[in-house]
Design a binder for this molecule. Structure first.
Ligand code: ADP
Ligand code: ZN
Length: 722
C-alpha cells in the first residue's frame, strides 16, 4: 500500500500537494521534506491528516518525495500556530510557514561553509577598487556576496583577489555550539517589589503552563532585572527562552546587561544576520541548544525545540506589528504561541497598550506591578511649555524655557535629550519664488531634506535625489526653503545657541548598525555627548544616568492625522521619552512644548495621571466601537494603473456583504493614495466582537477574480491607517 502524505509547500500559489513515500522512508506530521514539482523541487511540511483541505490526486499519479530534511519535525503546537496565524490574519499558510523555515541553508546541506577573509598578501597589481576592498575588509569574514556588500565593490573584484591569494577561503563549522548562559553567574539583589514579581514569574515557568502576564512597571523600575529571574529559572530547567525586542537598536543595551547577568551572550535573531549566523541560530533553536534567543518579531515563528518562556519587552510598541507580507502583531501572536505551547508569556511595558490593560482588567492577563523606580530614583517632574505664549523666534523651534533648561544642564555638566519624531532636516522643501513643493514621484508624500547626506529622500519608498541649486519648476536659483523642523535642524539650532555643546543626532540614519549604536552608547556613557537629538529610537529602553533634562519639541505632532490610536501613541511616546530623565541619582526634568495645553492627553502627561488618561481613552474607544470593544480591518487594493485600482475597488464594493454586526466604509482612495508607485483604494471594516470578521472577508474576496495587476492586502487589527 502506498502511503499518501499531504504537504504544505512554501509557495502560496500552489496550495496543498499530495505525494507518496518512497520505499522504506518514514515521516511524521511536521517533517520537512523536499518533493519534485515538474522539473523543479519544492520544500514542504508534512501536514496532519485532514487538516489541509483540497482535492485529492489519484493514487496512480502520486509522485514520491525526494528526501526528508535532516531537521527536527515541526512540533504540533507550532503547526497549530501556523494554522491559527493564517486563519486569523487572512494570510496564506505557506507564507506563515516560510517565516518558520526562514533559513533555507539550515534545512539540509553540509554543516560547514566557506567564508572569506584577507590573507595579508598584496595583489600583483593594485587598482583603486582593490585598494577600497582591502581597506574595507580589514577584520571581516563572510561570504563573497556579503563581503561585496560590506566593501561596496563587485563580487568580480573580490574573486579576482581570491585568485591572487589576497583573499583566502576559510572553512567554518556552522553548527558550532553557543557558549552557555549560566543562570547563577551574577545574582543582583532585587528590591522587595522586584522580588515579589520575580517569584510569581519563576513559579509560572516551573509550572510549565499557559499563563499570560502584563508586567506593568514604571520607567526605571528594573523590569529587565526582574524578568531575568524567570529566564534563569527556564535555563536551569533546560528550557529555551524567547525575548522579543521592538528595535534592533535596543539589542546592544540588552546584550551587555544579559552578559553581566548570565556570563554569555544570548543568541541573536534579526533580519540583517549574515546567512551563516542565521543558519547556525536556526539549527541551534530547532535542536534546543540555543538557550535564550533575543530578536525582532520574526524570531517568534522559529521552531524552538522546548520553549519555556516568552518575554515581549516594550510590548506596547507598534513595531511589533508587521505591515507587509503576513500582517501579524507579534505581541498578540506571542500570547497565542504561549497558549498552544502551554507556557508563560510576559508582556513588559511602562505604558501598556490599552488592549493589554483591558485584558488585565478582564482577568485574562495577570497584572504584575513595579510601581517605583529602582534604587530610590524619582520619576521626573513634567512641565508644559505653551508655544502660544512662549513663541520661539522665526525659524526657531526651542522656546525660552527649554533653551534655559539646556543652558543650566550644560553649565552643570549634565546631559539633555531633545525628542522630535522626524528624521532629516526639514519635512518639506518648497520654492520661495513659485511655491513648487518637492514630492516623491512614487508616493503621496513630500521629500524630506537630509543635510547630513545632502539628499532629498522619501521615507516611504527610499527614493533619493540631490538637492538642486535651482527650482525644477521655475528655474529660480537659490530659492528653495526648508519648512518645519527635523532632528538635524534642531541639532543645528542647539549648536548655534551653544557652540561649545557636543550634540549627537540619534535616528535610524545615524544608528544604523550595532557598531554605531554601541559607539553612541559608549559616548553617552563617557559623557562625550552633552545633547542628544533623537527620534522615537531613543525614547525607550535606554538608561543614561547623567541625563537630567528631556525636551519634547512638539507634543502635538502625533495628534495630527487620522490615526485611531493617535492619543494613546502620543501618551506612550512622551511618557517613554520622559522616562529617560533622572534615572540616576540626580532628579530629572521634562519640558513638553505644545500648542494644546488643555488637550486631555497633554494634561494627563503634565499631571502624571495615567489612570485618568486610560479611563478617558477607554470610554472613547467604547463609544467608537474601536478595539478592544470592537474590531477594525482594512482591505487595500492597489495597482500601478490608477484606473485599474479604482475599477477593481468599485466592483468589490458592489458586492459588499451586509450584516448587522459589521459595517464597511469605502472604497475611497487611501490616505497614502500612491505608495511605491502603486495607486491604492481602501475599505475599512468596523465589526462588533461577535462578528465573524475573517470569514466574512474571505467569503467576500473569494468570490472575486482580480486582474493580475491588482494586489489585495488584508490587514486585521491594523495599526497603520494610511
Ligand atoms: P526599566 O526597563 O523598567 O525602565 P531598567 O530595567 O532599565 O528599567 O532598570 C533601570 C536601571 O536600574 C538599570 O540600570 C538597571 O541595571 C538598574 N537596576 C534595576 N534593578 C536592579 C537591581 N535589582 N540591582 C541593580 N541594578 C538594578
Ligand atoms: Zn516615495
Amino acid at each position: 500500500m502506498t502511503q499518501r502524505i499531504r504537504l504544505l509547500v512554501l509557495n502560496a500559489a500552489l496550495g496543498p500537494l499530495d505525494y507518496k513515500l518512497p520505499e522504506g522512508c518514514t515521516v511524521e506530521p511536521g517533517s520537512v521534506v523536499v518533493a519534485p514539482l515538474g522539473p523543479r523541487k519544492v520544500t514542504g511540511i508534512v501536514w496532519d491528516e485532514g487538516r489541509l483541505p483540497g482535492a485529492e490526486v489519484p493514487a496512480a499519479k502520486l509522485r514520491a518525495i525526494l528526501e526528508v530534511s535532516p531537521v527536527p519535525p515541526l512540533s504540533e503546537p507550532l503547526r497549530r500556530l501556523i494554522e491559527w496565524t493564517a486563519d486569523y490574519y487572512c494570510a496564506a499558510m505557506a507564507n506563515v510557514a516560510r517565516m518558520v523555515l526562514s533559513s533555507g541553508g539550515a534545512l539540509g546541506g553540509p554543516s560547514t561553509t566557506t567564508e572569506y577573509r584577507l590573507s595579508g598578501g598584496v595583489p600583483e597589481r593594485m587598482t583603486p577598487q582593490r585598494a577600497v576592498a582591502i581597506e574595507a575588509l580589514e577584520g571581516e569574514q563572510a561570504t563573497i556576496r556579503e563581503l561585496s556588500g560590506i566593501a561596496g565593490v563587485s563580487e568580480g573584484v573580490l574573486r579576482g583577489l581570491v585568485n591572487q591569494g589576497v583573499i583566502e577561503p576559510v572553512t567554518v563549522a556552522i553548527d558550532r555550539p553557543y557558549p552557555p548562559a549560566e543562570p547563577d553567574f551574577y545574582q543582583p539583589a532585587l528590591s522587595a517589589d522586584q522580588l515579589r514579581v520575580a517569584k510569581t514569574l519563576v513559579k509560572a515557568v516551573e509550572a510549565q503552563e499557559y499563563a499570560p502576564f502584563l508586567l506593568d512597571g514604571v520607567t526605571g523600575s528594573g523590569k529587565t532585572e526582574t524578568y531575568f529571574e524567570p529566564i534563569a529559572a527556564a535555563i536551569r530547567m533546560g528550557r529555551q527562552v524567547l525575548v522579543l525586542l521592538p528595535e534592533i537598536a535596543l539589542t546592544e543595551n540588552f546584550l551587555s546587561r544579559f552578559e553581566q547577568r548570565f556570563g554569555a551572550a544570548p543568541v541573536l535573531w534579526h533580519s540583517s544576520l549574515k546567512s551563516t549566523e542565521r543558519r547556525r541560530a536556526w539549527r541551534a533553536i530547532s535542536e534546543g541548544t540555543a538557550q535564550v534567543v533575543v530578536g525582532a518579531r520574526s524570531a517568534l515563528f522559529l521552531p524552538y525545540a522546548n520553549l519555556g518562556l516568552i518575554v515581549v519587552d516594550e510590548a506596547h510598541e507598534v513595531s511589533f506589528k508587521q505591515d507587509d507580507g503576513v500582517r501579524y502583531n507579534a505581541r498578540d501572536v506571542s500570547v497565542m504561541r504561549a497558549r498552544f505551547e502551554g507556557l508563560p508569556v510576559v508582556l513588559a511595558s511602562a505604558t501598556p497598550a490599552l488592549e493589554s490593560l483591558h485584558m488585565a482588567a478582564s482577568g485574562i492577563y495577570q497584572k504584575l506591578d513595579l510601581p517605583s523606580r529602582f534604587g530610590g530614583a524619582q520619576l521626573p517632574e513634567i512641565q508644559l511649555v505653551d508655544l502660544t505664549i512662549d513663541k520661539p523666534g522665526e525659524g526657531r523651534w526651542l522656546a525660552q524655557p527649554l533653551v534655559q533648561g539646556l543652558e543650566d544642564r550644560l553649565a552643570r555638566g549634565e546631559q539633555s535629550l531633545l525628542f522630535l519624531n522626524r528624521r532629516g532636516y526639514a519635512p518639506l522643501t518648497l520654492c520661495r519664488n513659485c511655491g513648487h513643493r518637492f514630492k516623491c514621484p512614487n508616493c503621496s508624500a513630500w521629500l524630506v531634506e537630509h543635510r547630513l547626506s545632502s539628499r532629498l529622500a522619501c521615507h516611504h519608498c527610499g527614493f533619493e535625489g540631490q538637492v538642486p541649486d535651482e527650482c525644477p519648476e521655475c528655474g529660480e536659483k537659490d530659492a528653495l526653503v526648508a519648512c518645519g523642523p527635523g532632528v538635524e535642524r534642531i541639532a543645528d539650532e542647539v549648536s548655534e545657541l551653544f557652540p561649545e555643546a557636543r550634540v549627537a543626532i540619534a535616528t535610524s540614519d545615524t544608528l544604523n548598525s550595532p557598531e554605531r549604536t554601541a559607539d553612541f552608547l559608549e559616548k553617552v556613557q563617557n559623557k562625550a555627548i552633552d545633547v542628544i537629538v533623537g527620534t522615537q529610537l531613543v525614547t525607550k529602553g535606554f538608561h543614561f544616568p547623567e541625563l537630567t533634562l528631556v525636551g519634547v519639541i512638539d507634543a502635538d505632532l502625533g495628534l495630527e492625522g487620522g490615526d485611531l490610536r493617535a492619543a494613546e501613541r502620543t501618551y506612550q511616546q512622551v511618557a517613554q521619552v520622559a522616562g529617560r530623565a533622572g534615572r540616576g541619582s540626580k532628579p530629572g526634568e521634562v519640558l513638553i512644548q505644545t500648542r494644546h495645553t488643555d488637550a486631555p492627553v497633554i494634561a494627563a502627561l503634565a499631571n502624571g495621571d495615567r489612570d485618568a488618561f486610560y479611563a478617558a481613552e477607554t470610554d472613547a474607544r467604547r463609544d467608537a466601537g474601536a478595539p478592544p470593544f470592537g474590531r477594525w480591518a482594512s482591505i487595500i487594493l492597489s495597482s500601478e494603473d490608477e484606473r485599474e485600482a479604482r475599477a477593481a475597488a468599485a466592483r468589490l464594493g458592489d458586492t459588499r456583504p451586509h450584516a448587522d454586526d459589521l459595517y464597511i466604509l469605502g472604497p475611497a482612495p487611501a490616505p497614502m493614495a500612491l505608495l511605491r508607485g502603486r495607486y491604492r483604494y481602501r475599505f475599512l471594516i468596523n465589526a462588533r466582537r461577535t462578528a465573524n470578521l475573517q470569514a466574512t472577508i474571505r467569503d467576500w474576496l473569494d468570490a472575486h477574480d482580480f486582474p493580475p495587476g491588482v494586489r489585495v492586502g488584508i490587514d486585521i487589527d491594523p495599526y497603520s491607517f494610511v
